[in-house]
Design a protein around this ligand. Structure first.
Ligand SMILES: *Cc1c(COP(=O)(O)O)cnc(C)c1O
Length: 394
């Protein structure tokens, strides 16, 4: 019973992220479960072919794996990165981007970001090149494309490999071309639960380099010379396989691929909804003492995996207080990411100090990721806008 004196019912908690799984995904997973083939098989292959069709790039090979981390590892392994080598990447990323370099015994060289885009600064990449440098891993942070023309030009001039961490960048474009088709050695997408499309856990390694693709397919499954699906459809006896290297266990299951096939079909609609929410936020926050994230250049697509708001210098409130107030109002927020130079492992391994990464450090101290996902209703979007506005102006 409500009386005039009872407090208003609290709104339900609005999580920071939620996947949007439809009946098509559910039915396809059920079909997989009933089919008798639940690990890597026909649906993983269908998903790879659908992904190649989506990218619409001749000779592109798509290799489904069980995470983007696995895909990054496989790409660097296939490129022969190893002990004594250096790989340059951004400090403003998730640890997965850099840890794969250490898996192979190579060294990570972290550089700062461009404060306007929050993406790796190509000038700093060039300045960090040494005789040991072998590769660059640009990260399309939040879903805004890195200036790949600049990165590829640097790579060409210095004879370096480029592996794109595109975990945020589906379907991001640069100069009207989808990320994944830019001409780097490999591009890796993530289908982790909160990414722009999901398979629960999963990733896709994309390359036009046939040798790289061949090596990655072998290393994806124990270093076997054929994967399970091929073994059961080719003329070679079904029981026969050869181990050509000590490979990994990185294959994507058909259960996961079943989701991916349908999530991929919905990707344009997902992106349109994310765009709509991002634009509503940026319009609503335009006159507040905050910095809204940059949009893609005219004619290009920002995938809007993340909406990263920064508190303006003129605002006395600190980032932690802002997040506490959002939580108190029932809205989940996050921080992407605690820069690698602050993480104990990376800091101590390479003796890193915040002064070496002024833009990432400053951004970290002032940034908040607010909810942005396709399952949000307009009412929920408005609630986020009203809450942010109230906290900032209050
Ligand atoms: C999510 C993410 C990854 C790792 O993706 P997984 O599929 O979880 O392995 C790598 N890099 C960045 C920038 C990410 O956000």
């Amino acid at each position: 019973m409500t009386t005039d004196s009872s407090p208003p019912a609290a709104l339900p908690f609005l999580p920071f992220a939620l996947p949007e799984i439809g009946e098509d995904e559910i039915n396809e997973v059920v079909d997989t479960l009933r089919s008798g083939w639940i690990t890597t098989g026909p649906k993983a292959r269908r998903f790879e072919l659908a992904f190649a069709e989506f990218l619409a790039e001749p000779q592109i090979e798509c290799i489904a794996v069980n995470s983007a981390t696995a895909g990054l590892h496989l790409a660097l392994e296939a490129l022969g990165i190893g002990p004594g080598d250096e790989v340059i990447t951004t400090t403003h990323t998730f640890t997965a981007t850099a840890e794969v370099v250490r898996y192979l015994g190579a060294d990570v060289v972290l550089v700062d970001i461009d404060p306007a885009t929050l993406n790796i600064d190509p000038n700093l990449v060039e300045a960090a090149i040494t005789p040991r440098t072998r590769a660059i891993i640009p990260v399309h942070y939040a879903g805004l494309a890195v200036d790949m023309l600049e990165i590829l030009d640097i790579a060409r001039r210095h004879g370096l490999r480029v592996v794109e961490d595109a975990a945020h960048a589906l379907p991001t474009t640069l100069e009207r071309e989808l990320i994944g088709t830019m001409g780097s050695d490999a591009t890796v997408f993530s289908f982790y639960a909160n990414k722009t499309m999901t398979t629960g856990e999963g990733g896709m390694l994309v390359t036009r380099n046939a040798e790289l693709a061949k090596r990655a397919r072998v290393m994806r499954l124990h270093g076997m010379s054929r994967d399970a699906f091929d073994r059961f459809t080719s003329k070679v006896p079904s029981w026969y396989y050869e181990i050509v290297a000590p490979g990994y266990k990185y294959n994507m299951t058909d259960i996961a691929a079943a989701m991916g096939i349908h999530q991929l079909k919905r990707l344009p609609a997902f992106q349109a909804r994310r765009e709509q929410i991002a634009q509503a936020y940026s319009a609503a926050f335009a006159d507040l003492p905050v910095i809204v994230p940059p949009s893609a250049p005219e004619g290009d697509v920002h995938s809007w995996h993340l909406y990263v708001l920064r508190l303006g210098d003129e605002l006395a409130m600190d980032r932690d207080t802002f997040i506490e107030r959002m939580f108190a109002a029932g809205i989940g927020c996050s921080v992407h990411y605690i820069p690698l130079h602050l993480q104990p492992y990376w800091r101590d391994r390479y003796d890193l100090r915040p002064e070496q990464f002024v833009h990432s450090q400053k951004t970290y101290e002032r940034m908040i990721s607010i909810p942005l996902y396709t399952a949000m209703t307009d009412v929920q979007v408005q609630r986020v806008i009203d809450t942010v506005t109230g906290i900032v102006l209050g």
